[in-house]
Design a protein around this ligand. Structure first.
Ligand code: GDP
Length: 427
């Protein structure tokens, strides 16, 4: 080989090697993976989050992934509590107890579920008393203001006392009670002279007129484990159905069991309304066909109440305004038939506080037809004439036991005379 030929071969080998080196470098550059982003992108929706959660390994809890030991075996093992064993057994028995599938994750997208017909929890008696006391004080203080304004004057003339009496009459206190209150306050101020506290003298007289001594307990339960049987009477529109619904709620709030009897068979709507009230707090209603014998429904309600051993059976009655003889017949029969199995423990008369003297006249018909043991004065929130409480008790000789102070389902409270008088006086 000539020296020229040797140089050509060496140059060719060098060029070949350089070409190979360049080819290798280029192919390595092409195979490099891209750099990961610095921070992960947050998932856009809860579903995406759920799917992302799915990708992570699920934490191992009893029954999820790991095979749960049989409960009997677990209960023997010292380290595992019975509750844990039960949880393990339950979750093991449930299909799909492990990590959610993609389909499940899709279903987890927030959506507005239709409202379930849940049983309501009525307000407790103590808290409603506090709430309604404030309402009473707020709405009835006009009378107190008017009376105290007169008493604060220096020298009380006959005109002043006339004004005092008129304020009482305007508040539906009734003529007899108004005269008594005036006479006694006047007497106290005269006897005590400058020593007297007119506001306190008035308060004492109002308390006496409301009769703080009267018992206002309600016979919710009967004797010897029998249910209490409460008959509810009153004219249509007085708030009878509402009151029975609220009574049921009051009882449920206090932990007693109740059954309702829709013995107002003349109004289909009344039975319907009563049933709805009951259903809201899980209380059942005994009903009869429209126009059927009310006494038969009352009998059935008491029978069922005894069978189911409830604490109280509350019976609605028809409130048609007809003559006294008819009313006596109708209520008398209901009472007779219902009490064949268990005595009536309470007869409540529902009275609309806004109807004033007219309402009292109607109420008297009921008290003559049936032995009323207590008054429920409804719509006391709808009148500034709180004096009706005094007139009702005085004229009918029956204590006000409960008062309705609003349109809410729990706006019924036991009547508290001292709180009522303080409400009248705006204290
Ligand atoms: P019923 O015909 O005697 O059964 O009377 P309802 O129970 O149907 O009541 C008649 C109306 O009086 C309804 O609109 C009730 O909401 C209303 N009502 C009942 N009690 C009260 C109350 O204490 N205050 C107010 N403001 N309204 C009441």
């Amino acid at each position: 080989m000539t020296p020229e030929q040797i140089v050509i071969v060496v140059v060719a080998i060098v060029v070949l090697l350089a070409g190979l080196a360049v080819g290798l470098w280029v192919s390595r550059r092409k195979g490099t993976p891209p750099m990961p982003p610095a921070t992960p992108t947050p998932p856009a929706t809860p579903v995406a989050a759920a799917k992302e959660e799915e990708a992570k390994p699920a934490p191992v809890t009893p029954g999820q992934g790991a095979k749960a030991p049989p409960a009997a075996e677990v209960s023997d093992a010292a380290e595992v509590s019975e509750a844990e064993a039960a949880a393990a057994a339950t979750s093991a028995a449930e299909p799909g107890a492990g990590a959610p599938s993609a389909a499940e994750a899709d279903e987890a997208e927030p959506s507005v579920a239709p409202p379930a017909a849940a049983i309501e929890t009525p307000e407790a008696a103590t808290s409603r008393l506090q709430r309604l006391r404030a309402r009473l004080a707020g709405s009835k203080s006009a009378l107190g203001k008017a009376l105290l304004a007169v008493l604060s004057r220096d020298q009380l003339t006959q005109d002043d006392w006339d004004e005092f009496e008129e304020s009482l009459l305007l508040a539906d206190v009734g003529a007899g009670a108004a005269e008594d209150i005036l006479t006694n306050v006047r007497q106290t101020l005269r006897v005590k002279g400058g020593e007297a506290d007119p506001a306190e003298a008035l308060r004492q007289e109002l308390l006496a007129a409301v009769n703080t001594a009267a018992t206002r307990d309600i016979a919710w339960q009967g004797q010897d484990g029998q249910p209490g049987i409460i008959l509810v009477v009153g004219v249509n529109g007085s708030g009878k159905t509402t009151t029975i619904g609220r009574l049921a709620r009051l009882e449920v709030a206090e932990g007693r069991t109740v059954l309702l009897g829709a013995a107002d068979t003349f109004r289909a709507a009344a039975a319907e309304q009563l049933t709805t009230w009951g259903e809201r707090v899980g209380v059942k209603t005994v009903r009869g066909p429209e126009g059927s014998d009310p006494a038969a429904v009352a009998f059935e309600a008491v029978e069922q109440g005894l069978k189911q051993a409830v604490d109280t059976v509350i019976i609605d009655t028809a409130g048609r305004l007809h003559n006294k003889a008819n009313l006596m017949d109708e209520l008398g029969k209901i009472k007779r038939v219902a009490s064949r199995q268990a005595p009536i423990t309470e007869t409540l008369l529902v009275l609309d506080a806004t109807t004033g003297q007219n309402g009292l006249t109607q109420a008297r018909v009921f008290t003559e037809a049936v032995d009323v043991t207590g008054i429920v004065l409804t719509k006391l929130d709808g009148t500034a004439k709180g004096g009706i409480v005094i007139a009702v008790q005085r004229e009918l000789g029956v204590p006000v036991k409960l008062v309705g102070l609003g349109e809410g389902p729990d706006d019924l409270a036991p009547f508290d005379p001292a709180a009522f008088v303080d409400g009248l006086l705006g204290r």
